[in-house]
Design a protein around this ligand. Structure first.
Ligand code: HEC
Length: 196
């Protein structure tokens, strides 16, 4: 092949490629048909606040305008579920995408419940102060969990209930009285948050 025939060959390839790619996608008819033309995705969300000390916030996304939708949070892998859980407080970018890759984003903020100590939590804190903290503090016999830190009481609510109420194996010196167990149960039944 001489230079001219190579040139002609390349030119022919170029036009054929352009022709077929224009015709292979049916809608629009232009050289770069947009499959998202006419797709109007709308995205909104409801949230459940994270409890102070806990990453238990939830975002439930509601989207419309297309089918086969998938959902992503902060650019992470898409999932088919519209629910994201175990979230810390903060603002997240939700992306909704249909099968053709048409997408829409929305910023969603997860709040946090109050960190102000409620009456039930304060009762539990006082109880742990008198019955547990001698051992459960830095330098104590069992520094973990360290019950001098409020959030450690909240994070360990289920373990505290298990050991001190259900099993009665804490404190090791002998179980709490029923009235003391009731203090822990009342707080956990109310939700086990600092603000309860
Ligand atoms: C005399 C010291 C002492 C006192 C008082 C005490 N603990 Fe403990 N605690 C320990 C020791 C030692 C362990 C580790 C051994 C075990 O699990 O039995 C422990 C373990 C625990 C655990 C298990 C931690 C885990 O990760 O599963 C919990 C929960 C706990 N204590 C709660 C309490 C509560 C609530 C109180 C007060 C009502 C209390 N403890 C009082 C010594 C104490």
């Amino acid at each position: 092949m001489n230079f001219q025939s190579i040139q002609r060959y390349l030119l022919a390839c170029f036009f054929l490629t352009a022709f077929f790619s224009a015709c292979s996608k049916s809608d629009g008819g232009g050289a770069t048909p947009n499959l998202c033309t006419g797709v109007n995705l709308t995205v909104s969300a409801t949230t459940t606040s994270a409890s102070f000390c806990l990453d238990n916030g939830v975002i439930t996304v509601t989207a419309s305008g297309s089918t086969d939708l998938n959902y992503s949070l902060n650019g992470r892998t898409f999932q088919s579920s519209n629910v994201f859980s175990s979230l810390a407080k903060g603002t997240y970018t939700v992306t909704v995408k249909n099968a053709n890759g048409c997408s829409k984003t929305a910023d969603v903020t997860v709040g946090e419940t109050s960190g102000t100590a409620g009456a039930l939590f304060t009762d539990v804190k006082d109880l742990l102060q008198s019955k547990c903290v001698t051992c459960h503090q830095p330098g104590g016999q069992q520094p973990v969990p360290n019950f001098t830190v409020d959030c450690n009481i909240v994070v360990n609510a289920a373990r505290i209930r298990e050991r001190a109420v259900v099993l009665g194996t804490m404190p090791p010196t002998g179980p709490l009285t029923q009235a003391e167990k009731d203090i822990i149960s009342a707080w956990i039944t109310a939700g086990g948050k600092i603000s309860d």
